[in-house]
Design a protein around this ligand. Structure first.
Ligand code: C2O
Ligand code: CU
Ligand code: CU
Length: 487
């Protein structure tokens, strides 16, 4: 009964969920925030930067004395923060020591389809997978997570996720803080539901997916971060299965949004809040005064739907996330540049095709994910517009593999600042049309698809996903592909 099947859901089935959660002001921040180890790998004799990830089961004490069964990479929960510089060739050796097959997908990365780690690149137990590619995109915060067909939510919820930082050759140039673990902090946010015995449970899984009443940041419950500098950059990743967070500080202070999924904005955007649906990232720079203790909190997210429906989607919950504790004496920080860089905009007049993606039920364009079906064939070195609309009064999002896109219009209007930079995942408000523009480059493979899908993991697992190939010549490209094993 935990598995949701495509098309089988009505709004009446969707009411299973925990009561409204409100932890605001109630969390005592007793645990220092864990910082995942920064892993720059090693450069092999052929000049390739090599990383190693080993997925395994373990136990983690989120509460002292309570051992929770978890999965992790190179540890019991989550994984190291991988970092590479733009232009570098990389290779990752992934060993699967779990009892079940998994995959590792590089979310937001431009790379060949065979290296993407989607549902076709299965790593069986005790097997190794070693994808390699060259980092060729804007500096930003990406992440990695499993993408097993039908089981992504379980694998991510158990703890398989980590950050992948793409670094500029000259990190100091624009002024955002960049000392990892000092003033450049990963903030991997996940809400969890625990059983009385202290184990993870997906029992609160309703239509939107699994919502929990406990927030973990980097695997730490009730976390605080000691801040020693005047400014701190938070790389916020929503690695939750279903929850959309609307982040703001409890004292209402404003901060600078400096980057979104795929890179820096053109200029810092001064704001008091930033909303992230599952899979989205935001880089924010926060200024503190000595001794201050602001709390990063998620207030009721704006899901763009009636309150009663929003409540079923976690849209009534208020959660404390992370306390910043500024030291009594702070190191000075470099001021932020007023402007970072011009972002080359893709021009609509260059677009050869406009495709429509209608999300209805748990399907896209009336179809559910089939491993052997290629839903869309794209020709390499072309620009396309993808027009996406969520036809339901429920929360959905849209994520595209291989590319970063720009939002051209939101219901015909220019995008708001937080959607004006490079994105790979957007929340899709019910009824609203988002026109996305993207360029497909470099890699072709008529037999191996990339994915596009809703990033609410229950929905993705239920088949709210499609496949596209990038090819030289669409007129000769196959629309079905051979798949190994069962579909
Ligand atoms: Cu973050 Cu297709 O995934
Ligand atoms: Cu992805
Ligand atoms: Cu969805």
């Amino acid at each position: 009964a935990l598995v949701l099947t495509a098309g089988a859901l009505s709004a009446c089935d969707a009411t299973a969920r925990a009561p409204v959660v409100d932890t605001a002001g109630q969390v005592e921040f007793t645990n220092p925030l864990a910082i995942p180890p920064l892993d720059r790998g090693t450069v092999a004799s052929d000049g390739v930067r090599e990383f190693a990830l080993l997925a395994d089961e373990g136990t983690t004490e989120f509460t002292p004395g309570v051992r929770t069964t978890t999965w992790g990479f190179n540890g019991s929960y989550l994984g190291p923060t991988l970092a590479a510089t733009i232009g570098e060739p990389v290779r990752v050796r992934v060993d699967n020591e779990l009892a079940v097959p998994t995959t590792v997908h590089w979310h937001g990365m431009h790379l060949p389809a065979e290296m993407d780690g989607g549902p076709h690149q299965v790593i069986d137990p005790s097997q190794t997978w070693s994808p390699s590619w060259t980092i060729d995109q804007e500096p930003t915060t990406l992440w990695y997570h499993p993408h097993v067909h039908g089981e992504t939510e379980e694998h991510v919820e158990m703890g398989l996720a980590g950050m992948f930082l793409l670094e500029p050759p000259d990190p100091g140039r624009f002024g955002p803080p960049h000392s990892y673990g000092v003033d450049d902090i990963p903030v991997i946010v996940q809400d969890k539901q625990f059983t009385d015995a202290g184990q993870f449970t997906l029992s609160t899984r309703g239509f939107v997916g699994s919502l929990g009443d406990t927030v973990l940041v980097n695997g730490t419950a009730a976390p605080y971060l000691d801040v020693t500098t005047e400014r701190v950059k938070l790389r916020v990743l929503n690695a939750s299965s279903a929850r959309t967070y609307r982040f703001a500080f409890d004292d209402g202070r404003s901060f600078d949004l400096v980057g979104t999924d795929g890179g820096l904005l053109e200029a810092p955007h001064r704001t008091g809040e930033v909303q992230l649906s599952p899979g989205e990232r935001a880089e924010i720079v926060v200024q503190v005064e000595a001794g201050e203790q602001p709390v990063l909190r998620s207030s009721t997210p704006d899901l763009g739907m009636p309150d009663a429906v929003a409540e079923l989607n976690g849209g009534a919950d208020t959660l404390d996330v992370l306390q910043l504790r500024a030291a009594s004496v702070l190191e000075p920080s470099q001021p932020l540049a007023d402007r970072f860089a011009d972002i080359p905009r893709l021009d609509e007049s260059d677009a050869g095709q406009e495709r429509q993606f209608e999300m209805d039920g748990l399907q896209i364009n009336g179809q559910s994910m089939q491993m052997h079906t290629v839903n869309e064939v794209v020709e390499v070195d072309t620009v396309e517009v993808w027009a996406v609309r969520n036809r339901m009064q429920f929360a959905h999002s849209f994520h595209v593999h291989d590319v970063q896109f720009h939002v051209l219009t939101v219901d015909g209007e220019p995008p708001p600042p937080e959607l004006a930079g490079w994105k790979d995942t957007i929340y899709t408000r019910p009824g609203v049309q988002y026109r996305l523009i993207m360029r497909f480059e470099d890699y072709t493979d008529p037999d191996t698809p990339y994915m596009y899908h809703c990033h609410f993991l229950t929905h993705e697992d239920a088949g709210m996903m499609g496949q596209f190939t990038v090819v030289e010549d669409a007129s000769t490209a196959p629309s079905t592909i051979r798949t190994e094993g069962a579909d």
